[in-house]
Design a protein around this ligand. Structure first.
Ligand code: ZN
Length: 82
């Protein structure tokens, strides 16, 4: 019984053995998944920039964002205003 796997991209069942694109069903699906992975990789450092105090120019902005964040977490001010 030949081993089958589901393509992570399109969920189609595809043969594991003798499949040059495994675990994907085709080169296209492999590239789609690779593209998604690369996008994830570039997005994560961009999101973390707010937490890094590396950039002196951004200090005021980060501080303001942090203040706004703590207000959001602790305060019920927004609820009272709404
Ligand atoms: Zn596929």
């Amino acid at each position: 019984m030949p081993l089958k796997v589901k393509c992570p991209t399109c969920r189609k069942e595809t043969a594991w053995e003798g499949n040059p694109h495994r675990p994907f069903c085709s080169d296209r699906c492999r590239l789609i998944d690779l593209g998604a992975w690369v996008q994830e990789r570039y997005r994560i450092p961009a999101e973390k920039l707010d937490d890094l105090p590396d950039n002196d120019d951004d200090d005021d902005v980060s501080f303001t964002l942090r203040l706004l964040g703590s207000w959001d977490v602790t305060g019920s001010n927004n609820d009272q205003l709404a």
